[in-house]
Design a protein around this ligand. Sequence first.
Ligand SMILES: *[C@@H]1O[C@H](CO)[C@@H](O)[C@H](O)[C@H]1NC(C)=O
Ligand SMILES: *[C@@H]1O[C@H](CO)[C@@H](O)[C@H](O)[C@H]1NC(C)=O
Ligand SMILES: *[C@@H]1O[C@H](CO)[C@@H](O)[C@H](O)[C@H]1NC(C)=O
Ligand SMILES: *[C@@H]1O[C@H](CO)[C@@H](O)[C@H](O)[C@H]1NC(C)=O
Length: 827
Amino acid sequence: MENHSLLSLTVALLGLLSPCLTRLTPRVSFPIGSPGRHLTRFSNPDVSNTTTLLLSEDGDMLYVGARDAVLALDVSHKDTIILRSKLDWSPSEKDLEQCSMKGKKMADCPNFIRVLQFLNTTHIYACGTFAFSPRCTYINSETFMMSVKSDEGRGRCPYDPYQRNSAIIVDGELYTGTVADYRGNRPVISRHLSEGRRVDLKLDDTLGWLEDPTFISSTFIPDEEKIYFFFSEVGREYDFIDKFIVSRVSQICMSDVGGQRTLQRRWTTFAKAQLLCQADNELPYNVIQDIDTLPPVEGAPADDTLFYGIFTSQWSVNSGQSAVCSFRLSDIKSVFSGNYKVLNRDTLQWSTRVQEKVANPGECGLHNASDNALRFVKENFLADDSVRPVGRSLTLVSAEHSYSHLTVQRVQAANNRDYTVLFLLTESGYLHKAVLLQSGAHIIEEVQVFEQPQPVRSLKLSIPKGMIYVGTSEGVVRVPTANCSFYWTCQQCVLARDPFCGWDPFCRACVKASNTQPSIGQDVDRGNVEEACNSVSLTHRARFGPNILPAGELVSVSLNEVVRLQCPAASRLSQQLWERPNSRLSSDLYLHLEDGSLSFVATPTTLGHYLCLSTENGYQQTMAIYHVKQKSNPVAQTPTSYTWPQTHRIPTTQAVARRRPGPGLHASVGTWPKRKETRQGETEPTVPSRDTQVTTRQLGRNLTLWTEESGQKEAEFWDGVPLVLARGPCYLKELVVVSVLLVLCLSLLIIMLIYVIRQRYRSRTAPQAGTPTRDLDRRTPVEQEALRGNQFLSKCNGQALHSGQASGLVCNGALTGSNGHLPNTPI
Ligand SMILES: *[C@@H]1O[C@H](CO)[C@@H](O)[C@H](O)[C@H]1NC(C)=O
Ligand SMILES: *[C@@H]1O[C@H](CO)[C@@H](O)[C@H](O)[C@H]1NC(C)=O
Ligand SMILES: *[C@@H]1O[C@H](CO)[C@@H](O)[C@H](O)[C@H]1NC(C)=O
Ligand SMILES: *[C@@H]1O[C@H](CO)[C@@H](O)[C@H](O)[C@H]1NC(C)=O
């Protein structure tokens, strides 16, 4: 009981201080099948449950561990992945029979490959669960034949295919973290395949070394001659909280050969420390999900090695959220060289009692140390200090995405500066590409990798080939790390802020940036189009002036009809703005809809010209121009063609105007004519599909493609540019729903306002009881506490402090809610 109240207090306090989460929206989105991002898939009816991926050094071959098979895939070709060899490695009928007799499900009895590493120049070492009786084998990487020699896999590979493990081979020795028994309760970090004087080592069997760990990954740091393991486990040192999970980094020295009497054939150099993914005074993201190593830049000391990890929270207050933290090797080293907690093996209690230091735990080269020193090491292996993230802050926090895997790369941009790029896989199957900037993380794009969420065991980055491989249960998907040619104007190329890409003013194309082209237009830090594209000399968009009044797209309407003008977003980060010549858009007459479109009732005052501008990062471009006219002859409904007065390219859009009550008829549906973005004497960029006019048929095909594939997505995209679909009569329904919601929002706001004012004027002593929502009721008291704290602080983004803006917040919530949830509006 006492424990619980303490826990709730901690959580409540931490929750109270939770940060305001900023929305991290990918700038562009590529749904499955998008022509802007060509994915290569490998799947084979006999191949399933891809678990491990191993890339050859040159990046031409990808070895895949799957269910009952190891594959060699040739990935050196641009358009296809070719199966070179397949090695079948499955348990015999007898093995399977025994497995199911032991009470295991038949579906879990195959051989799931969980270790796949290069052993030496000629052989690959592989281990699999093999019907709950793990085995290892040697595979000749030339002939792709299994050698007759095989090893028992105990301690090298888990028995249970659902248990996570880690394995790495360095100098022909295998270092593993896994459970070493059938039941799955003897976790061990061990070394295998040692020869001669070097003996196989493992953790001592006594309790306390590892507490129900989940192994995530291990890495070898050559300069340190150490292997680091990353895992999460129960943090027994926090004995006031039940099953508090902590993330750990642990180390062992490669030179370790065990003690002479004490710790014989056991690690003498094992030490572990807590990894804290927590900004000061905030709720911790305590469960590590994945981690990747970013080596230091050439010439920099190994101490600058960074580890980027994804962390989630054990508490459902933060469920669905994840954070990325980075840790510096030098910080890990200094924690390991500091003080250690002491384990009393009788009571299994940790204390920070200061002892006379007879040895330095974690130090390499203790094999000739005295028994006294080794006994000391045996009791002191948990560092007192925790490893804190670089800058004591989180690298990235995502409130809406649960990331499961990541890989990190340093990219040199055109200005010769290095940028860190993270590739983050969401549980729902999207790969986010984020660049870390001074101002925070910017998500350049997201690529949908698979349609149905499925377990991913492995994500591999091939830097030389610029490819990412995702191992899914169906096979392997290859995603290029960038496709610069997708951006076909300098503005788009610069606004993307992709360090891989820059605008080449001579070729007039967005190209792969390299430091050898000094003239390249790029501004990763600020995305300043005006500066980076100055060589392209942007003619500023012509606004409505007294003289130039562009015709735009003609929309013929009858009076009192509800008109809806569509405006495509230039990107997900852009904001749309509507303008009329010489008049303001009063909110009495115009409804700005969430998708950027404008809705109003056709009256003599609302007839005329409309211009939709899109602003992103300070750069404004015209997205659409309409001329709303009263219908003279109901038969003539052809939209007029129109040539742009300025150089901004306008994506194809459709204008739809509808009658209000009658059978939803298209008053006019027009396809915006595209103009080639060419100026005198300049050559066209060679992107044919873009620069030729989009025919209606082509467009139609694209449209059907997206409507079929992205059923629940909010906006449809064509080549990454959102297309606003003209759907049948359902707009009327939407409009009604939107209007009802708006009215609800407004009345709620008014009620809230009245309530607040009354509270203020009535009694200042009355307790301010919040109205508990159903959502809140389902939570535990602990979470409610923490949640209240969050709600209180989520206002500090400046979103909800003023009453006028509060309505925006509420309404936004109602209209955006991408998952379809309405906010807790009492209806
Ligand atoms: C890159 O984008 C262009 C334009 O959308 C497309 O034609 C091309 O196939 C894409 N390339 C890849 C590798 O995705
Ligand atoms: C193997 O794949 C199937 C289908 O995706 C999945 O249901 C099953 O859980 C997987 N098994 C393991 C051990 O991952
Ligand atoms: C690699 O290891 C295998 C298995 O132990 C062995 O047969 C082979 O000779 C080794 N190759 C080299 C080049 O050392
Ligand atoms: C440890 O002691 C043995 C003999 O006692 C000696 O041969 C070996 O060199 C010593 N190792 C180290 C690292 O001092």
